[in-house]
Design a binder for this molecule. Structure first.
Ligand code: XUL
Ligand code: CO
Length: 439
């Protein structure tokens, strides 16, 4: 039997809202049926390899606080395997069925890409072995094309054709591994695809090249049997001053302009949406109404801080509004990846579990409350009634396109002046939300 890594931490049980046990779920009850589906099906949670198994609390002002060596020397293949062991033990104890990875989260990057790829073959064989007899799979994979100095000017958007080829090589290998591990999706987060100053940048040229890299990825992915979705993960800033995939609307426009919209959907991250000056719900809605809501990076930012803090989701209102969008969109083809990290002072192994229990319970509560809001139906009814004037008469003609500007102008002149459009009733609707949240 393999040595237990998270000693003293049991399989996390569901104990219900009254439990005071720190290592138990209070709301995430995997088999509970909500609107005809089990919670575990509504909420395909994923562990982010980078934050959970790699990040150790380093920030710009200080080194690691957490020990993620798992008893082995970092930077070795033994340590890479220990991370796999730790990851699988962690997921099993929490009942998590998916993981997400960047290529270089899995293995230490070598100087020569051939050696990095050999290491990726070795580790993915090992992961496959660990997957056997479990229901754990890959949610999505991606290539880290932002940490290595060669990507300082971007990957697809780089000024160097040689660097572009390195990006292509990493995408190819990350796709191979994603397919090998049964991945549902493949993500392009823009990384350094953006610019610092227009004085040295040809924006059109760079965007065309990003699209070229994505087309090449789609062609290659389909050729090796990848049937899942490709995703863009929008983000407005960090690390570049201006990122090309600013928000959902920008990314959708880009995908359509370059003919990528059949193969791509979006992976919406809460903290990225708020950095773009939107609510999380806004970017989910924009994705959903365009048929492009694919997957979610579940985290939250801090409104007092202007950067990507990647905190574990705690805000139940936001999680409720997220699940409201997800339920209305008919669910996700992807899942909920905790692109979240424990705070620097939360450095113990137990904190890793507290963090996931918090995140999973927050989304479970969000699911329960979103279903209750839909079943309550007062919000839906209000929105339906609000647009009633378009269901008959001149409104119906506008909707069906059977009118002209001249006809509408004549109608308005006959009217003299319209009545006010009706109260938006925001405060009333917010009180319904509170009533449902705390009934
Ligand atoms: C960065 C971020 C990434 C992507 C994957 O802000 O969210 O971790 O999710 O590259
Ligand atoms: Co993310």
């Amino acid at each position: 039997m393999m040595k237990e890594i998270f000693e003293g931490i049991p399989v996390i049980p569901y104990e219900g809202p009254a439990s005071k046990n720190a290592l138990a779920f209070k709301f995430y009850d995997s088999d509970r049926v909500i609107m005809g589906k089990k919670m575990s099906e509504h909420l395909p949670f994923a562990m982010a390899w980078w934050h959970n198994l790699c990040a150790a609390g380093t920030d710009m002002f200080g080194r690691d606080t957490a020990d993620k060596s798992f008893g082995l020397e970092k930077g070795t293949m033994e340590h890479a395997k220990a991370k796999v062991d730790a990851g699988f033990e962690f997921m099993k104890k929490l009942g998590i069925r998916y993981f997400c990875f960047h290529d270089v989260d899995l293995v230490p990057e070598a100087d020569d890409i051939k050696e990095t790829n050999r290491r990726l073959d070795e580790i993915s064989d090992y992961i496959l072995e660990k997957m056997q007899g479990t229901d754990i799979k890959c949610l999505w994979g991606t290539a880290n094309m932002f940490s290595n100095p060669r990507f300082m000017n971007g990957a697809g958007s780089t000024n160097s054709a040689d660097v572009f080829c390195f990006a292509a090589a990493q995408v190819k290998k990350a796709l191979d591994i994603t397919v090998k591990l049964g991945g549902r999706g493949y993500v392009f987060w823009g990384g350094r695809e953006g610019y610092e100053t227009l004085l040295n940048t040809d924006v059109k040229f760079e965007q065309e090249n990003i699209a070229k890299l994505m087309h090449l990825a789609v062609d290659y992915g389909r050729s090796i049997g990848f049937t899942g979705d490709f995703y863009i993960e929008p983000k407005p800033k960090e690390p570049m001053k201006h990122q090309y995939d600013f928000d959902a609307a920008t990314a959708i426009g880009f995908l359509r302009q370059y003919g990528l919209d059949k193969d791509f959907k979006l992976n919406i991250e809460a903290n990225h949406a708020t950095l773009a000056g939107h609510t999380f719900q806004h970017d989910l809605r924009i994705s959903a109404i365009n048929g492009m809501l694919g997957s979610i990076d579940a985290n939250q930012g801090d409104m007092l801080l202007g950067w990507d803090t990647d905190e574990f989701p705690f805000n139940v209102y936001d999680a409720t509004m997220c699940m409201y969008e997800v339920l209305k969109a008919g669910g996700l083809t992807g899942g909920f990846n905790f692109d979240s990290k424990t705070r620097r002072p939360s450095y113990t192994m137990e904190d890793m579990f507290h963090a996931y229990i918090l995140g999973m319970d927050t989304f479970a509560l969000g699911l329960i409350k979103a279903a209750a809001l839909i079943e309550d139906s007062r919000l839906d009814k209000f929105v339906e009634d609000r647009y009633a004037s378009y269901r008959s008469g001149i409104g119906a003609k506008i909707r069906s396109g059977e009118t002209t500007l001249a006809e509408l102008a004549a109608y308005a002149e006959k009217l003299g002046a319209p009545e006010l459009p009706g109260s938006g009733r925001q405060e009333y609707l917010e009180s319904i939300v509170n009533q449902v949240m705390f009934n």
